[in-house]
Design a protein. Structure first.
Lengths: 235, 336
């Protein structure tokens, strides 16, 4: 049995997997909507909606950032096809989170919202994360990848690392208000691991490249040395 | 009480399919549901009014021991009290966990009898009171106060208690008594949240002497005609209606009169955000969110009241006429 026909990889290739995961990603929203419909959002529905959407945006963001490391560690190339869907769900929940804040907390008053953003770095951080995410969502189509070219598209989408840092910071700062930073710390550690792995791989790739370059150089100079030796002996 | 039942919308007959227009016109549907809730709430309110004995205040929910009182209408708001269920299931009481629903779940382990309260420090007559002494110290009043949490939500609570000044006068403060601090029980066995060093235990809060002596400052023993549920700070707590809710220490065992301004639990934990005064103020938000407006809890409506607008927050939570003079000449942005 070849590596590409292992059970996990065959599962990852199943046609139903994407619709299934799509539905799973939508479940927190469906649940929230159902609880609203049945008047079951708790004593403070506003807080329930804002916290739930924000938390799921963050969870799915970490999941999105986990795809590439997971793919590299396992060799399951099929994971890559799930990444865009998770990423778009991050944007979906972040947009809901923002809309709930703008509409429910600020009554859609742009003036109030701007005052809040300018006074409170915690709010500014959330806004920054959403603003940085927006171009990524807009350029997520195959057409846009083609139009931008794979290289620049990839460079643009590295912004997601910044989004990760800013978003976790937003969460951590929000919880600091109640001196309750235990769960943001867990999110921060996971993010550090996911970004750390990338740094480590990038560093190693660089080392390999340098070693290769040195080797090439050594081989080159040896060849030249030999040539010189030959020419000396000829003299 | 299930809110779900109240929210129900009426079909012409149960066998008929809901008309298409109603499905189409979601706004209309939500509005209709909202009207349904309002009507349900009105019916309930009428029912409550009938059940209330003449002359008494809020009807008791019948969950805990009743606590007799006289209503103090002069110091009460005319706003409709928040449902008992919300007041007793949506609590910040870190001694029982950090989630709002934790205190109602975990506070059963607190034993409120026997209970003693030590009053000491800069007083001529230091004394240890039993909770029964304190219940009898002054006539019990019902006062319906607005309650504003620093997190941006608000309630209206029919508290039972009497002015804290009665207790302070009983122990005769000395001339050195400039501040009063009140301390919550320290007992990790009964208060499991104290195993988490999230705050420095025991919880400590305090007031300046003139704030403590103000008639609105309420030494509180009950709500909704009954003794306090554990999750709301049984058997005795403080309520200072013009300050954020966390100033109201719960399950108090010690009161100390002191010369220097106390360092409260929240000042110690996050000093840049929590000051000693913590007066409700829409224009001052040292915390990282705006205090300009507030979400009223338990208002009902479609989606549990999700789309009801927030209401503007008032300086001193609307008690400015009574307390603004305490802070004359003080920069409220500096002394937050």
């Amino acid at each position: 049995m070849s590596a590409s026909s292992s059970l996990p990889r065959r599962l990852l290739r199943l046609k139903v997997l994407k619709p299934l995961l799509f539905t799973l990603c939508l479940l927190p929203f469906i649940n929230l909507f159902w609880r609203g419909w049945t008047n079951d959002l708790g004593p403070n529905p506003e807080q329930t909606v804002i916290w739930t959407t924000g938390l799921w945006a963050l969870r799915l963001l970490l999941l999105t950032l986990a795809i590439t490391p997971l793919r590299k560690l396992t060799g399951w190339a099929e994971l890559a096809r799930l990444r865009r869907m998770f990423g778009l769900f991050v944007f979906f929940y972040a947009a809901l989170h923002f809309t709930a804040w703008l509409g429910l907390v600020n009554g859609f008053s742009v003036e109030m919202a701007l005052r809040d953003i300018s006074k409170h770095p915690f709010v500014l951080a959330g806004m920054t994360a959403l603003a940085l995410m927006t171009p990524l969502a807009l350029t997520s189509t195959n057409g846009m990848i083609k139009r931008l070219g794979a290289k620049s598209w990839q460079r643009l989408h590295r912004l997601v690392y910044v989004v990760g840092v800013v978003a976790v910071f937003h969460f951590w700062w929000g919880k600091l208000a109640k001196n309750n930073t235990a769960s943001p710390t867990v999110y921060a550690l996971i993010l550090a691991l996911l970004l750390g792995l990338r740094l480590w791989w990038a560093w190693r790739a660089e080392q390999t490249r340098r070693a290769q370059a040195l080797q090439n150089l050594a081989a080159e100079s040896k060849r030249q040395g030999n040539n010189q030796g030959n020419s000396n002996s000829l003299a | 009480m299930s809110k779900r039942q109240d929210q129900g919308f009426e079909h012409p007959t149960s066998s008929e399919i809901t008309p298409k227009e109603i499905y189409k016109d979601r706004r209309h549907f939500l509005a209709a549901a909202g009207v349904g809730v309002a009507a349900g709430a009105a019916a309930l309110a009428a029912h409550h009014a009938q059940a209330t004995p003449a002359g008494a205040g809020q009807s008791a929910p019948g969950k805990l021991a009743p606590l007799a009182s006289q209503k103090n209408a002069a110091l009460s708001t005319t706003q409709t009290p928040t449902p008992y269920k919300d007041i007793t299931t949506y609590n910040n009481f870190y001694e029982f966990g950090t989630s709002k629903s934790d205190p109602a779940k975990n506070a059963g382990s607190l034993k409120t009898r026997p209970w003693t309260v030590v009053v000491e420090g800069e007083v001529h007559k230091p004394r240890t009171f039993s909770i029964d002494d304190l219940l009898k110290l002054a006539p019990m009043e019902e006062r319906i106060y607005r309650h504003r949490c620093v997190e941006g939500w608000a309630m209206v609570v029919p508290w039972l208690g009497y002015s804290f000044s009665h207790l302070l006068k009983a122990v005769e403060p000395t001339a050195n008594a400039k501040y009063v601090e009140y301390i919550t029980l320290l007992d990790p066995a009964e208060m499991p949240g104290q195993n988490d060093p999230i705050l420095q235990w025991p919880y400590l809060e305090g007031l300046r002497m003139d704030e403590a002596m103000h008639p609105l400052t309420l030494l509180t023993f009950g709500l909704y005609g009954e003794v306090l549920p554990n999750q709301d700070g049984a058997p005795m707590r403080m309520v200072i209606p013009w300050k954020y809710g966390f100033k109201g220490g719960k399950s108090i065992v010690k009161i100390r009169l002191v010369e220097k301004q106390p360092v409260t639990s929240w000042m110690r934990a996050v000093p840049q955000w929590y000051g000693f005064y913590s007066n409700v103020n829409p224009d001052v938000s040292p915390q990282n969110w705006s205090q300009a407006n507030e979400r009223m809890i338990g208002q009902g409506g479609a989606f549990g009241g999700l789309f009801a607008p927030r209401v503007p927050t008032q300086l001193f939570n609307g008690y400015g006429a009574q307390v603004a003079s305490l802070y004359q000449g003080m920069n409220l942005s500096k002394f937050f």
